[in-house]
Design a protein around this ligand. Structure first.
Ligand code: ADP
Length: 469
């Protein structure tokens, strides 16, 4: 745990008692700060009390006593309207910050040069963060991995000269972190997302830009309009530069992925041309993963990893569960769990990674537009297995273009897809769970859906289970 003594001897209000809120309260208490914590959920308040965190009804509290409001990132700061705690804090004239800001201030106080990598983007954050941590660990570095992935930032070990913090940040977290200035900042991509919480795309992009704006080394994609504009602004600064990268074509003076090959054309000492190849790395299939891998490699190099350490580290990346996760093989048939794909955009990434013979398990609670945007990929699909609430609508979209079964349940879909794929004459048929839908009609969340798929595949007679460790 990181001791946060920034407000030592003072009192702060803290709203939001999920895992990161509770970790924040404990970190503040360990630093001699008096915490008044609250949450709208009775269960969350009870969990906090159980950990010895003082729970105080902030609706009736005297806000004049507080030095700051520490807000959980899930709580609206600006849109659709500021949360009542935000209004109270503004009226009291106190600052509103999050746990990542506390981390940044502790780092500035105890070890300003402690290596700190922060990663953001609309998609690929978790994969890139986990991969960067894996590369650094493979190179023998002490890594603290957390933030928006896994461990809350203040539950990690404290910043130190030879410990690298590798932290995934959402736009909500960045919005609560005014002094964010990492050693390496990565911006992967920007497409419309969370606009209900940020108001406009411009505002969302401006928040994401803050992560790279004050990074010592900024690493920015040039593959979408918003990122390209940010990269240009960074490169135009008198004092600054940005390492730019693309997976859409060569980048003179920059970094690119050409197919599966990662290429450096930047001025990097003793280093030029192709430096790694993702071909055959099952956990990094698809162009989106080339974007993630390239960014992680660039960040690792900026953090002092030797170029020759990159290929073996990439080859041993275990991947993350539920994202194009290889769960097993039965003869030549490959089973892939892509349960995290809860919309057509994400499923497109999975379908584009396999050229043919896809036995596609799809459906759940549909999103607007359904699977219509995936029509270009229909020729790759040998058969679809429809599950969940979306079955009728998706059957209508597939029409006569793709054969399909009304499987209903995931269990029936796995059985039927495994049986059909076993009779496929292709070199590597794929049974792919990539639902393009939310899971809530049949499962608690996408993790539970993916776990169920893994269990069903593992139970198939003769299957070889993929070992991820
Ligand atoms: P995040 O943490 O940003 O949600 P993840 O790494 O968990 O991202 O990946 C979630 C899904 O997003 C993946 O299953 C894949 O469909 C898609 N994805 C991953 N990386 C990228 C990328 N670089 N560009 C676009 N989509 C991506």
């Amino acid at each position: 745990m990181i001791r946060v003594s920034i407000f030592e001897g003072k009192k702060v209000a803290l709203f939001g008692l999920g895992a990161s809120g509770r970790a924040t309260a404990l970190a503040l208490q360990a630093g001699g700060v008096e915490v008044a914590a609250w949450d709208d959920s009775t269960a969350a308040c009870a969990a906090a009390r159980g950990e010895g965190i003082p729970v105080v009804d902030l609706k009736t509290a005297d806000w004049g006593e507080f030095a700051a409001l520490i807000l959980a990132p899930g709580v609206p700061l600006t849109h659709p309207e500021p949360h009542w705690t935000v209004v109270n804090a503004r009226n009291a004239g106190i600052e509103i910050i999050g746990d990542v800001e506390l981390f940044c201030r502790v780092r500035a106080q105890i070890c300003p040069d402690a290596p700190f990598a922060a990663i953001t983007g609309t998609n690929g954050k978790s994969t890139t963060t986990a991969l960067l941590a894996h590369i650094l660990r493979s190179a023998g570095r002490d890594v603290a991995l957390g933030g928006n992935i896994g461990t809350p930032i203040l539950a990690l070990p404290e910043p130190a000269p030879d410990r690298v913090h590798v932290v995934e940040l959402s736009s909500f977290q960045i919005d609560l972190t005014p002094s964010l200035a990492p050693t390496v900042g990565v911006l992967l991509n920007l497409t419309p997302d969370h606009l209900d919480r940020h108001g406009t795309m411009e505002r969302y992009a401006a928040i994401k830009e803050r992560l790279v704006a004050k990074s010592r080394h900024a690493i920015v994609s040039t593959d979408d309009t918003y990122c390209r504009a940010i990269a240009q602004r960074l490169q135009a600064r008198v004092d600054g530069s940005a390492d730019v990268f693309s997976v859409l074509g060569p980048v003179p003076g920059g970094w690119s992925a050409e197919g599966t090959r990662l290429v450096c054309d930047a001025a990097w000492p003793g280093f030029h041309g192709p430096f790694a190849d993702l071909d055959g790395i099952g956990t990094l299939r698809g162009r989106h993963n080339a974007q993630n891998a390239l960014a992680a490699c660039m960040a690792a190099l900026r953090l002092g990893v030797d170029p020759e350490q990159l290929p073996p580290a990439l080859a041993t990346f275990p991947g993350l569960p539920h994202r194009m996760e290889e769960v097993g093989r039965l003869g030549s048939v490959l089973f892939i769990n892509d349960s995290k794909a809860t919309n057509a955009d994400s499923t497109e990434k999975a379908l584009s990674a396999f050229p043919r013979d896809i036995f596609w398990i799809v459906g759940g609670r549909p999103k607007e537009g359904g699977i219509e945007p995936l029509r270009d990929y229909f020729p790759r699909i040998a058969k679809a297995y429809l599950i969940g609430e979306s079955a009728e609508a998706f059957a209508a979209t597939l029409g006569n273009s793709v054969p399909f079964d009304h499987s209903g349940t995931l269990e029936a879909a796995v059985q039927a897809a495994a049986r059909d794929a076993a009779h496929c004459s292709g070199a590597e048929p794929v049974v792919l769970l990539s639902p393009a839908c939310a899971s809530y009609d049949q499962f608690k969340n996408f993790e539970q859906r993916g776990d169920a798929f893994r269990r069903l595949v593992t139970a198939l007679p003769g299957v070889t289970v993929t070992n991820r460790s």
